[in-house]
Write a protein that binds this ligand. Structure first.
Ligand code: NAI
Length: 717
């Protein structure tokens, strides 16, 4: 911990574990949040109680004149406050419990707001969720312009919205357009943008200037000026009704209300009460509580914990750190793998038989770099880290060598045999194969224990999951390195056994084949796709098959022994109709979109029933995969299926879903049987039920999962 006391030693309180309170010689109280034993600051019960203690002390000091102001800061090197402590959310089973827990927090924030001396938030690093709500209750907000400093409300992606009166304070502060936009999108806002929107009052160039600026703000009694005038008028009726309507339309384009109700309840809240600060404040709590105890929110929180479980597969404190990567094969996968590693800060050499292919592959990364890096200097730095290497000179310097060449066993075997003599002894040796066995490729090696699979999904930049494949002989140290590498490039690793299809394609294939078989049997493809979306899949299985390519599907089917059962798809492939890439498959594709028959309408009950039937093969296969030890446990299977296929995040994963369905069936039976059914309603599906099984899989369809994961990730820092 560093000394954050700005102007020398005054009085320091040792009463707190998660905060430090120093009152300096000028009478400024510096409350420094440094949560004990944690790498990031989250607002759990104890830090909130301690903050209440600090508020009391400052109030007393303000009364007797010994304190002239309060500054709230973070004692962590990197982040400010990542939000409320998600780990404690599970403690709430009833709306009453939620309301009771919120009351003292909101009372405390009111006291901060009403403090007679200036309260200044000095922000460096991520300040989101409950942390952002806390600073909105302060009188003045200063932030570093640093790229790492972001504010925002990711709550909606955890199935809730701000509950520490952040809804009403953000609207008052920045006006309804910016505030509702921030809450509905859940995105992370850069400090400079937040300043322009009115959330932040002042920017400083560096962390070092923060304390001095905060001191000045206190001594000059600076007070934020909330957006008034036109922006304020928008919160008045009828502009509010019009805005709410537009927000509802926009939100409907992105999510379904029955799957993700939180943004819709937030819009309702704004529409009904956005004209009155006091009303909206009161009603926020009432509208928040049911969301917090909903299954949707529980499951989205589960997705967050699952993402943590995936990351935890990389052992902590490994000395081995991947910095240089050599990729062989600059085709569809290799070029994008290389680009992604560069975007994650690594230096990459890219090899291919064809120099043109390398040049093409490198050029194609421009789009990713443009998205990832804001300034031309950063983009230029990224470009210089991606090196064309037709001779393979990078092999001997690389920490990781990834092969993504043609899917032919003998060619891969020969390549690795050669690589084995050239690679650094501790460098990781990996293949991106999707259908060959790791042990077969490693067969001719002097040290076959060295090879693992690192199986990326297409498109690389969008898919959050990467399977780390353990061959029969792969050494644990190499699997660990694989998980470490995948985490280092900001993807989620899933350690899987070397079996056909690994986990993701293994569970996805029967789901897609099942859907294709239904089309063969005369069922409408539009209905099937609509039913899958009604269940919560990001894309229907027929559209997905067309997107992946029917030839690729047939190949995967063959690997898994499902190949010949689907005659319709076989005929399409034979006639060159491979899906999106050829402009026709099951659908005709125009402007990158499938043309769907508009005049067919299906009953919702019908779609729900069909949707559940469609995912059954996926769930059964996931159960078998867990039973076969393809992944270590059911939670990891759920995680892999959510992040690898986009399986309805709000359902918490296929195995969890199955268990909750079985659980609720049992519950209904129990209620029917029991005279005393009154207590049953309080029981909830446990978050991580041991022994469950399941799964699904895909390619390019995981953006919903990616969004959920990213949001969860941000919410937790
Ligand atoms: P691709 O055909 O697009 O690219 C392969 C590249 O490797 C070509 O540019 C080719 O010139 C080059 N190449 C072939 N032999 C080589 C050698 N001996 N040395 C250097 N370069 C060589 O193939 P794609 O689709 O990128 O697949 C590559 C690997 O990734 C395969 O093992 C495939 O199973 C796997 N994979 C493919 C996925 C996909 O969606 N395309 C998804 C996941 C894995």
């Amino acid at each position: 911990m560093q000394n954050d006391n700005a102007t020398g030693a005054g009085e320091t309180s040792g009463d707190f574990r998660d905060w430090r309170l120093d009152v300096d010689l000028e009478g400024i109280a510096w409350a420094v949040f440094d949560r004990e034993g944690e790498s990031a600051n989250s607002l759990g019960r104890r830090p909130l109680e301690e903050l209440a203690g600090i508020v009391e002390r400052v109030e007393a000091g303000a009364r007797d004149g010994s304190i002239v102001g309060l500054v709230i800061m973070s004692g962590k090197e990197k982040g400010f406050i990542v939000g409320a402590d998600i780990r404690e959310f599970g403690d709430f089973n009833t709306e009453g419990q939620v309301i009771a827990a919120l009351r003292p927090v909101n009372d405390m924030l009111d006291r901060i707001e009403k403090m007679s001396v200036p309260v200044v938030a000095a922000i460096h690093g991520v300040c989101v969720g409950g942390g952002f709500e806390l600073v909105l209750a302060c009188h003045y907000r200063i932030a570093t312009r640093d790229d790492a400093t972001r504010v925002g409300f990711p709550e909606v992606k955890l199935g809730i919205f701000p509950g520490f009166n952040g809804t009403v304070r953000s609207i008052r502060q920045a006006g309804p357009v910016a505030a509702m936009g921030a809450m509905l999108k859940g995105s992370m806002i850069r400090a400079s943008v937040a300043k322009a929107q009115g959330f932040i009052d002042q920017l400083v160039e560096s962390k070092g200037q923060l304390r001095w600026a905060a001191r000045k703000a206190v001594l000059q009694k600076r007070k934020s000026k909330p957006k008034g005038g036109f922006m304020g008028l928008l919160a008045k009726w009828p502009a509010r009704g019009f805005l709410a309507g537009k927000m509802r339309d926009e939100t409907k384009k992105k999510v379904r209300e029955d799957h993700y109700p939180a943004p819709f309840r937030l819009i309702d809240l704004f529409e009904a009460h956005g004209g009155s600060y006091a009303d909206m404040k009161r009603e926020e709590t009432k509208a928040f509580a049911p969301l917090m105890v909903s299954d949707t929110s529980r499951n989205l929180r589960r997705v967050f914990f699952l993402s943590e479980a995936l990351k935890a597969q990389a052992p902590k404190g490994m000395a081995w750190k991947p910095l240089r990567v050599h990729v062989i094969g600059a085709g569809t996968m290799g070029a994008d793998i290389a680009g992604w590693c560069v975007a994650s800060g690594m230096e990459v050499t890219l090899q291919d038989l064809s120099a043109e292919q390398i040049a093409k592959g490198i050029k194609a990364q421009g789009k990713l770099f443009k998205k990832k890096f804001r300034t031309p200097a950063l983009r230029a730095a990224a470009e210089s880290r991606l090196i064309a290497d037709p001779q393979g000179r990078g092999v001997s310097r690389a920490d990781v060598v990834i092969e993504a060449i043609v899917e032919k066993l003998e060619v891969k075997q020969a390549l690795f045999k050669d690589l084995e003599t050239k690679m650094k002894p501790d460098a990781l040796m990996a293949t991106n194969t999707s259908s060959l066995k790791i042990e077969d490729i490693a067969g001719p090696l002097a040290d076959p224990g060295r090879l693992i699979g690192i199986h990326f999904f297409n498109p690389v930049a969008q898919m959050p999951l990467v399977e780390v494949v353990r061959g029969e002989k792969s050494r644990q140290s190499e699997v660990d390195k694989g998980a470490q590498f995948v985490t280092a490039i900001d993807k989620f690793p899933l350690v899987v056994k070397s079996v056909p299809g690994f986990l993701v394609n293994r569970v996805l294939a029967p789901y897609m084949m099942g859907a294709m078989a239904r089309v063969d049997a005369g069922e409408s493809k539009e209905k099937i796709d609509e039913a899958a979306r009604t269940f919560g899949m990001p894309m229907g299985p027929i559209e997905l098959a067309d997107t992946v390519g029917l030839d690729v599907c047939a190949h995967v089917g063959q690997i898994l022994g499902l190949g010949n059962e689907v005659s319709g798809a076989g005929k399409l492939v034979a006639s060159g109709k491979l899906g999106k890439k050829t402009g026709q498959g099951y659908y005709v594709w125009e402007d990158g979109k499938p043309v769907k028959s508009e005049d067919v309408r299906f009953g919702n009950g019908d779609l729900e029933k069909l949707g559940k039937e469609l995912v059954e093969p996926l769930i059964s296969e996931a159960e078998r995969a867990v039973a076969d030890g393809v992944v270590e446990n059911a939670d990891l299977a759920d995680a892999g299926v959510i992040f690898g296929t986009g399986f309805a995040p709000f359902r918490g994963g296929p195995l969890h879903y199955k268990e909750s369905v079985v659980g609720s069936d049992k519950k209904e039976a129990a209620m029917a049987d029991s005279q005393d059914a009154g207590n049953v309603g309080a029981a909830r599906t446990p978050v991580a039920a041991a022994g469950a099984v399941a799964s699904a899989a895909g390619s390019g369809a995981a953006s919903a999962a990616a969004a959920a994961a990213a949001a969860a990730k941000k919410a937790s820092g």
